[in-house]
Design a binder for this molecule. Sequence first.
Ligand code: GAL
Length: 341
Amino acid sequence: MKLSRTVKRALSVTMALLCLPLLGCANNDPEQEPSISLGVAIYNKDDTFISNMMLSLTEIAARYEQDTGIRVYVNLTDAQENQTNQNKQIDRFVAMNYDVLCVNLVDRTDASYTIDRAMDADIPVVFFNREPVQEDLQKWDRVYYIGTDPAENGRLEGQIVVDAYNADPARFDKNGDGIVQYIIIEGEIRHQDAMIRTEVSVQTLKDAGIELEKLDGGIASWVRSQAAALSDQYFEKYGDQIELIICNNDDMALGVVDTVERRGLSFNNIVGIDGTPAGLAAVKEGKMLGTVVIDYAAQAKLIFDIACALAMDKDPKEIADISADRTVRAPMYVVKADFIP
Ligand code: GAL
């Protein structure tokens, strides 16, 4: 709660993501106390899951302000996938003496810049979604991480396929060879969620006794259009041989759906993760087998609550289930298409 007058003059109370270009332009009564200031740095505002989470965060902040009368200043910056940009944004937040930094790293292996600056200024940090390595997390006891459990994401995604397979193996094994020929479309190369989801989803199918053959796989960086282009190449190359496409998130699964529709195919053995509104709609319409809903609103609430506790010098353990390494895992659940038991 040590907001400087400069910050107060510079910031809007609660900034919707749509207002990003206006960052720093709005002004509200600078003298009103008490207040909380959060410097929130995201890796890329075009990422669907992250932008949904940020909309929730700004709504939660606005509601909190209404309910408590405590002013909340949220300054949201977009690094446009460049860690150097993000480091400069962190410098600015530190210079303006924000109460808490909430950071969605561009490069999750490069958290030390943020942590070092924050430690020098004694500003706690809540990392989210892109998990710093343990060595960085252990650098300072005022560093937290909030994210999902990628192994559980992968297990639940694999289980959607297992349930669909057990109900109707012929839905997958179209050529009757007793083996499911599959393709995997992954997020970023070094992202913990991509690596672990891939490994565990495939392993879950194997553990359930489903024979698998990987036809192909590639990186589409979480992006719908990239997955559409990649899957177009796969359908061109493998055609009917493709019996399953596993995607590390919903936007990429939707990219596959786009390709399926553009090619006039009836293929829907596609799974995703996130539970974005568009992903859930595609599951409901039977265009995907299912998705693992990572509750982004619940995740935003955790970020906000923990940041507020830190800003008010309270122990975040009082409001969330925090593990010994100061990480918090957000809840998730499965949504399957109607035809899967
Ligand atoms: C994942 C999410 C993806 C993407 C990524 C960005 O957890 O499932 O859709 O948002 O984070 O880091």
